[in-house]
Design a protein around this ligand. Sequence first.
Ligand SMILES: [Zn+2]
Length: 219
Amino acid sequence: MQAMAFGGMKSRKRFAGCLDPFNHVLFTVGTSKAGAYFDLREGALLHSFSGIKTDNARLGPAAACLKFIEAVHKGHEGSRVVYDLLLQTLHLIEDMPGGVADVPVLFRAKMAFEQGYRPELTRCAGCQAEQGTFDNPRFFVEKGQVLCSRCTPGPEEGTGLAVSWGALRTLDFVMHQPPAMWTRLAVDPSVRDQAYRVVDRFLAYHLDVSMEDGNFRNI
Ligand SMILES: [Zn+2]
């Protein structure tokens, strides 16, 4: 959102420390007489996320989450959900003990889930066999389904992604739990890599976005 702040340089009171990146603020915004632009009248700083700004290991992941929103969230529809999710995720990044490098991928997955992509991840969508009762589940991105080998369609419909139950359970946890709970996720690297591969595939398919050299690209 862009707005003019008249007298903003003169009045230290109205916008004190509000206009830094990562600040959570509450602004009073009006419309100019002719309706040509927004007029920023007052600002209150709600939270400065100083724990993120002063720690490069947290700043990078936080910036990655913001960049992703800029790439995929266009217009106003669904903004409330995205706002809540981003705010919760920034608090997680600021407060989480230990490394936060995995948070951006979990955030991207959660964004896709919140936008309505909610695949069934804990059973075979064909025969309804529960997780753990069969080996070698395959995930079909286009269908948003896990299938067992007996229910897997012929090669003309694709073979899906080979993925472990551990990776599927990780994604299911992220789908159903808010960011504050993600500190409970302890996944080993191979499971994490599989989960990441699934996330990349479903983002490319459902949100038309892919990551290239650390930047998101609409495809
Ligand atoms: Zn089945």
